[in-house]
Design a binder for this molecule. Sequence first.
Ligand SMILES: NC(=O)c1ccc[n+]([C@@H]2O[C@H](COP(=O)([O-])OP(=O)(O)OC[C@H]3O[C@@H](n4cnc5c(N)ncnc54)[C@H](OP(=O)(O)O)[C@@H]3O)[C@@H](O)[C@H]2O)c1
Length: 332
Amino acid sequence: MTEKNIQIRLKNRPDSTPSVEDFEIFQDEMPVAGDGEILCRSLYLSLDPYMRGQISGRHISGAIPPGEVMRGETISEVVTSNNENFKAGDLVAHQGGWQSWSVAQAADLTPVDRRIKPLSLALGVLGMPGLTAYAGMTYLADLKEGDKLVVSAASGAVGSMVGQIARIMGCEVYGIAGSDEKCRWLVEKAGFAGCVNYKTQDLIAGLKECCPEGIDVYFDNVGGDTLEAAMWQLALGARVVLCGLMAQYNTDVMPPGPNPATIIKARATVRGLVVYDFFDKKQEFLDRIIPWVDGGRIAYREDVTEGLENAPAAFVRLMKGKNFGKTIIRFS
Ligand SMILES: NC(=O)c1ccc[n+]([C@@H]2O[C@H](COP(=O)([O-])OP(=O)(O)OC[C@H]3O[C@@H](n4cnc5c(N)ncnc54)[C@H](OP(=O)(O)O)[C@@H]3O)[C@@H](O)[C@H]2O)c1
């Protein structure tokens, strides 16, 4: 019997949690490497939450239409190579997809670092999820020794690496996870200082107990109520890294309020501002801006009401948005 290429294709686009009926097994003809191409046999396939976004068409990497082979990173062995840079037996990482064989261009293959053992780690702690955690901790979180860091989906590929990298960098690390078994593993094996099981404990109370002075760094993999709870517990000067949205991947109904997806997609920095912190800049501000006002470079409007007795009405107008410009009461 001639060998077939076993594939998993998307059958339907689910509007909630996917079921196995949304996928179908397909036996395709064996692919053949053309000129300059490389035939790869898949050894490991990474399954990741972002695939749910590809199924719904909301992920930044694009959509998978029904009927197509599911996409995904694989660790594969080169079987036939028509490219001088690769030879049979080489181990490579690439977007092999949910299939047992694939044909790739040399430019799309990355040799697996030979130090990675076991090989499957190239898809986990030493692969894309590990890099995600490393990037967050090294380049975005502005970690300081002694910071109290909280991470959600803490026992997962990204979360567990976030916590452990931060711990090794001198932080006190707490997790949010969905079972006692996960929490136990985080504390006993991964060196977390504590963990809140959000399914059995009050999350806000649990976070308060872990970080009574507040959370210095929050790394969010979930969004929704989990993000909301952690945000209420931020310490002064906290840093928040938004990474994932487990709470909303399985639904087409978006939670109310600003969606963290907008911040993640734009790689935006969001900062809280309280003017009190800048009172010592008052002189600098005046020295710089008065000449702009005097020179007519700044337009301004004032919404002036005469008489203190009219202040309540003016305030009501202000709060209804009926004012136009800075609301001022001129004492009669
Ligand atoms: N921004 C990026 O570039 C980037 C890169 C990689 C991954 N990510 C994101 O990072 C997050 C973690 O990815 P991962 O690969 O490490 O996955 P993972 O943590 O191994 O698996 C997902 C975990 O999310 C938790 N979870 C929390 N709320 C959930 C909900 N409503 N439904 C289902 N699961 C829920 C579950 O653990 P509990 O039992 O603890 O709830 C589940 O085990 C994902 O949001 C992913 O999209 C982002």
